[in-house]
Design a protein around this ligand. Structure first.
Ligand code: NDP
Length: 486
């Protein structure tokens, strides 16, 4: 009897905990993620907004990219904000040997392939960082570093995690001058140097291996008596004669001079003794913490700081806001798992939209206010222009507002901003014509118009040159420019 009472009590406790954790406006966990209709979610609210997006994805690691793929496959308009480091942590790794279906593949290649897949399916990638979110109004308001504001019918947070730091003296002073968290980026600067890698997980092993072609000695410093890294990862260490592992040691301080790190104070965790040792570089690989700063405490978090999810779904404590990947996963933290979570999040988002009345008719209704009006098949919004004759024929007193974007294929910033011109041409299709001019193929035209560098943007109004801009533009600046002259 007592046992049944205890079980019943536990059941009541669980229900109470679940309802208080996800207290307001939430999915019904007992229905396997099936959406409860929320009276505050009204798709009609979007009709008088600007820059409306079906699914806004914040972050472009494996979770964000797979969410983009599935969001597009569901026929939704997907905008993926790539953040300051497009592709996330996987772009900083080398060989990955546990990606489904691949014996061995470079992390950056995984990202490149997924990005292409998502793009071909119609996802729009914005090289910008979401810095503010407002989930108190619907559609949800997202604001980017560039000043762009979008209104999202659903949001998927896939912002990943950032490397942890030790918080010891000298760490900040010598950051970038011998203290770093990225061997892929910095290893070549440590040719014939002696370095330490702090940590005993998979990342620490990877960092150490990435340093082997460069550093003279690499010492892995593990604070406990065992490493946490997978056995296979630990076994790989044996192949390198310049990697050494020390157990039961902690870093107390990093010391150096104006040129950078010269040494470390190391504590022996068994004896308590602290000794100073000469060293040229410190690589930190002590785990990661979730990137949740842009959420402004609006979502319920777990004790670990990760976004709390409901049951086996990717639903957060706010309806229509989902999370996937390392930002919501303290347990598995694998690229494959993040990709799977991303798929689930997009399916959840689609289900959420359908449940709240999203339909073909509604999609047509909001086309007018979409952030990225859909480009119709076969439509070429930015045409290329090469000759002086073509220019004279197309840019005339009757041509209204015309932008000429001079670019070159060798100029990476030019190539990155080409989609921006497609976007502006699409958005202002009624008042604006945009031509792209490949500088290498159109030198006589460039000389004729006084263009001496790329990128250069020329703005013509009714055939007259009204402005020349010789530096790359952000989306906000380009929008302001068109608004000024339209
Ligand atoms: P982990 O959390 O797995 O490991 C962190 C390591 O840092 C642990 O050894 C921990 O020690 C140590 N540590 C934490 N704080 C301190 C401190 N203050 N001082 C000294 N040491 C400290 O993080 P990782 O970044 O290594 O891995 C994250 C996830 O990513 C894991 O799931 C991992 O499997 C995965 N990953 C997979 C890779 C692959 O498959 N190729 C590559 C890289 C990562 P302790 O053990 O004592 O807590």
């Amino acid at each position: 009897m007592k046992r049944y009472f205890a079980i019943a009590l536990l059941g009541v406790g669980c229900i109470y905990a679940a309802t208080s954790l996800f207290s307001h406006r939430f999915y019904d966990n007992t229905h396997q993620g099936r959406v409860k209709k929320d009276p505050l979610i009204n798709l009609e609210n979007a009709l008088d907004k600007e820059n409306v997006v079906d699914i806004a994805i914040i972050g472009s690691g494996p979770a964000g990219l797979m969410a983009s793929v599935y969001g597009c496959r569901a026929g939704r308009q997907v905008i993926c904000f790539e953040g300051a480091e497009p592709g996330g942590l996987l772009t900083k790794t080398t060989l990955v040997e546990n990606w489904p279906g691949e014996k061995s593949i470079l992390g950056p290649d995984i990202i490149k392939n997924m990005h292409l897949q998502a793009e071909e399916l119609g996802a729009h990638f914005i090289h910008d960082t979401v810095i503010k979110t407002d989930f108190s109004q619907y559609p949800y308001r997202l604001e980017t570093e560039d000043g762009l504001v979008v209104h999202a019918l659903s949001v998927i947070v896939t912002t990943g995690a950032k490397p942890k730091t030790l918080g010891i003296p000298g760490e900040n002073t010598f950051w970038g001058k011998g203290v770093t968290t990225c061997a892929v980026c910095d290893a070549p600067f440590y040719k014939n140097k002696d370095v330490v890698v702090i940590g005993g997980g998979d990342s620490a092993v990877e960092e150490a291996i990435q340093l082997t072609p460069y550093a003279r000695s690499i010492t892995l410093m593990v604070r406990g008596s065992a490493m946490r890294a997978a056995v296979t990862m630990q076994q790989r260490l044996a192949q390198y004669s310049n990697i050494f592992v020390r157990y039961n040691v902690s870093l107390q301080e990093i010391v150096g001079d104006t040129a950078g790190v010269t040494g470390i104070l190391v504590r022996d965790n068994q004896t308590g003794n602290v000794t100073q040792e000469r060293i040229d570089g410190v690589f930190l690989a002590i785990g990661h913490e979730p990137n949740v700063w842009m959420l402004d405490n609006q979502l319920t978090l777990c004790d670990t700081g990760h976004i709390a999810l409901c049951g086996r779904t990717q639903q957060t404590s706010v309806p229509g806001v989902f999370a996937a990947g390392d930002v919501s996963d303290n347990e598995y933290r694998q690229a494959g798992v993040a990709a799977g979570d991303g798929i689930k999040a997009a399916l959840d988002a689609d289900r959420f939209l359908m449940h709240h009345g999203y339909s073909q008719v509604y999609a047509q209704q909001i086309d007018e206010v979409r952030f990225y009006p859909p480009i119709k098949a076969g439509e070429e919004l930015v045409q290329s222009l090469e000759t002086i004759e073509a220019f004279n024929a197309l840019v005339s007193p009757e041509s209204g507002l015309v932008l000429l974007d001079f670019y070159a294929t060798y100029c990476s910033i030019c190539m990155q901003t080409l989609p921006l011109f497609e976007w502006v041409a699409n958005r202002y299709r009624d008042v604006l014509t945009v031509y792209s001019v490949d500088f290498e193929r159109a030198e006589p035209l460039a000389t004729h118009l006084g263009v001496q560098k790329v990128p250069t943007l020329l703005i013509f109004k009714d055939g007259q040159l009204i402005e020349k801009i010789v530096s790359p533009m952000s989306r906000a600046e380009l929008t302001a420019l068109v608004e000024r002259y339209r």
